[in-house]
Design a protein. Structure first.
Length: 193
């Protein structure tokens, strides 16, 4: 369930982030997944208290968060090659269906932990829905996109947009991926100002 009025202000770095219950290194909590949109709600020195779309809150090293633009892309911004949201929505739905099927088999004892990891390895999806606004993680192109219901616009990407258009998508090991890059909305389709 999405927290009312959740507006992401930052994205977690691609490698994820450790969290703490309070701004105290002796109280670790559950780590955050990479590229997760979060809202920075408080600062205490280098510490930052974040809020997730589901209402969960924790403290992180605020210096490592990647800021995102304060406003979603305007409809007048140039569109990227994922302008139609339906194909990406279908891929997200398929990935979630595959994950749910594997999780149900694991819970029913029909699948062991190693087989579950094997069946779910490489699946990466992310969805934040807030009324008419939708943020989706496009794992194929390693970027977050914003959807207003009819069009997708790149919100944050791990590679410059011109590199994504020019190079075929290739599988990368997590340690060899570049950090997420926030896209400014003054950029044209070639990633130039």
């Amino acid at each position: 369930m999405t927290t009312p009025h959740f507006r992401p202000t930052h994205v977690v770095p691609q490698e994820g982030l450790p969290t703490w219950e309070s701004p105290d290194p002796s109280r670790p909590s559950v780590p955050l997944d990479g590229l997760l949109p979060v809202q920075l709600v408080d600062r205490l020195g280098d510490w930052g208290r974040i809020l997730c779309a589901n209402g969960w809150s924790a403290w992180v090293d605020g210096r490592l968060l990647i800021a995102v633009p304060q406003e979603p892309p305007a409809a007048s911004c140039p569109l990227t090659r994922t302008a139609d949201p339906r194909p990406l929505l279908a891929r997200v739905e398929e990935a979630l269906t595959r994950y749910r099927a594997a999780a149900e088999e694991l819970a029913d004892g029909q699948l062991d932990g190693e087989s579950f990891r094997g069946r779910t390895q490489g699946q990466r999806i992310g969805v934040v829905i807030d009324g008419e606004s939708l943020w989706l993680y496009d794992g194929e192109h390693e970027r977050w996109v914003y959807c207003d219901g009819t069009r997708l616009s790149t919100f944050a990407a791990s590679e410059p947009l011109q590199d994504q258009a020019a190079k075929p998508v290739r599988e990368q090991a997590p340690e060899d991926r570049e950090p997420t890059r926030v896209v400014t909305f003054e950029e044209d389709d070639q990633g130039e100002r």
